[in-house]
Write a protein that binds this ligand. Structure first.
Ligand code: ACO
Length: 445
């Protein structure tokens, strides 16, 4: 891109005090610096803890561990707040569009009109994928899960766009970033087309981002395809709502993969693999499966009982969140869009939606869910909306991956530019056997 673009620089965190660590066993005392950000809780800086004390911290699941310094996304889970670069998700979902949010995440500011036009042109220019990639698709079984295909084809981009894999060159990094945002809709649509045996549809660069994606997904060469503005707006909104979410499992995966110097395509493929799990992005598909399993409103109490039973692995899919201990703001926005889409496609009495709303009502009144602050999350509504739009359930998680690519790549880019960046390498508490002599095979019992 020719035009100047705002470049944000990571500020060094400010020290604002210290905490004292008292080691009673060894009769020692250590001072640990406390750092403050612009918002959110202060953190204890333990970077030199091992060097100074000989101790590691122990935090499986990283519930009390900050892994990086970031300026992208702020979440206050207690208050149900989500902001990107200071802008509330509610305002972005209402007044912005997905490409603008991509620009905001990547470059730190909302684009001016000229920057928006230039960025749009640049992304549009890269929407096609190498023709050879078609043959890559043809190696997969038609009934392969779309996430399995996405992990493969996104990782394979590094073989097709090798010139973009030099992470030390700013222009090449920018190219890879734009290629990923541009090509993800094409790859996701191709994945869908392949699974149903229809021809791949080339992108149409006269269409806006989300419309183009719907066109590549749902049009066929033999018929004219009319884009429904309500559906394309809902699609764009779903992408905005999934664009970034701080240091979740898949984003942390992207960062840790990238911390070794791996190329961005490989890192995003790693993020897709992590997102696939049912405790993360796979939950939107799991919500539909669960609603179908429940089947009717009168069976809800039975499933609520199962969700509360510690001896039963069943959980209410689409409920609970590691950081939101209040209503997920994205779920509130999507709840509205769900109804707009259902009205538009004429599904007035979608039984699964009725069931979902009743389930939500009962769970929100139940002491177990209230005490644990288990509210519906974004996956609870995204599945129903996407189903009404005509997507098969297996495509729900690839669509999440498509939207989240903006956040993954912006987080990766931020990490690469961080002067304090080092390879990610957590430690462990070893509880296995200590040294023992090798036992020859004839003496093993
Ligand atoms: N149904 C029933 N009970 C639940 C649920 C649920 N969905 N979620 C949490 N709990 C209970 C736990 O059993 C635990 O109870 P306890 O304190 O009596 O032991 C308590 O609530 C805390 O749960 P944790 O598992 O410790 O919470 P954690 O932060 O580790 O897990 C997670 C968060 C994985 C999202 C969890 O709530 C869950 O499995 N939800 C269902 C899957 C889902 O919707 N995932 C989507 C996440 S959002 C996203 O990726 C966009």
């Amino acid at each position: 891109m020719d035009m100047p673009i705002p470049q944000t620089k990571l500020a060094d965190p400010k020290e604002c005090g210290h905490v004292t660590l008292i080691d009673h066993a060894n009769d020692k005392q250590y001072e640990l610096p406390v750092l403050e950000g612009s918002e959110g809780p202060n953190v204890i800086d333990v970077q030199k803890l091992y060097r100074d004390t000989g101790y590691f911290t122990y935090d499986p699941g990283y519930t009390s561990t900050g892994s990086c310094n970031s300026q992208l996304t702020f979440i206050d889970g207690e208050k149900g707040i989500l902001r990107h670069r200071g802008y509330a998700i509610e305002e972005l979902a209402e007044k912005s569009d997905y490409l603008e949010v991509c620009f905001l995440l990547l470059y730190g500011e909302l684009p001016t009109a000229a920057q928006k036009a230039e960025f749009g042109r640049e992304i549009t220019y890269h929407t096609m994928v190498h023709e050879q990639l078609q043959y890559f698709y043809r190696g997969f079984r038609r009934d392969a899960h779309p996430m399995a295909v996405m992990v493969g084809v996104v990782g394979a981009l590094s073989a097709f766009y090798h010139e973009s894999t030099d992470i030390h060159d700013l222009e090449k990094r920018r190219l890879a970033t734009h290629q990923l945002i541009a090509k993800m809709p094409t790859l996701a649509a191709m994945t869908y087309k392949y699974s149903i045996g229809q021809p791949f549809i080339y992108p149409r660069n006269d269409l806006p981002y989300s419309e183009n994606f719907l066109y590549m997904t749902f049009s066929v060469p033999s018929e004219e395809y009319k884009i429904n503005p309500v559906l394309s707006r809902a699609m764009d909104r779903i992408f905005i709502l999934h664009a970034d979410h701080e240091q979740n499992a898949s984003t942390s995966t992207v960062r840790i993969a990238g911390s070794s110097g791996a190329n961005p395509f490989a890192c995003i493929a790693a993020g897709i693999a992590s997102l696939w799990g049912p405790a993360h992005g796979g939950a939107n598909q799991a919500v539909l499966a669960m609603l179908r399993e429940i089947g009717s409103k009168d069976r809800i109490p039975e499933f609520i009982k199962r969700a509360k039973d510690k001896d039963d692995p069943f959980r209410l899919m689409g409920f609970g969140h590691r950081v939101y201990k209040n209503y997920d703001p994205r779920a509130a926005i999507l709840r509205e869009s769900t109804h707009e889409v259902l009205d538009e496609v004429g599904v007035k009495d979608e039984p699964l939606l009725d069931l979902a709303i009743e389930l939500e009502r009962i769970a929100l009144e139940d002491d177990y869910f209230v005490e644990r602050k288990l509210f519906p999350n974004v996956d609870f509504y995204s599945g129903i909306t996407l189903k009404a739009m005509g997507f098969p359930e297996s495509m729900f998680t690839p669509l999440f991956a498509l939207g989240r690519t903006a956040g993954w790549i912006a987080q990766w880019k931020e990490m690469i530019k961080d002067p304090h960046q080092r390879i990610g390498r957590p430690r462990q508490l070893f509880t296995g056997p200590t040294l023992r002599p090798f036992v020859p095979i004839e003496k093993r019992s």
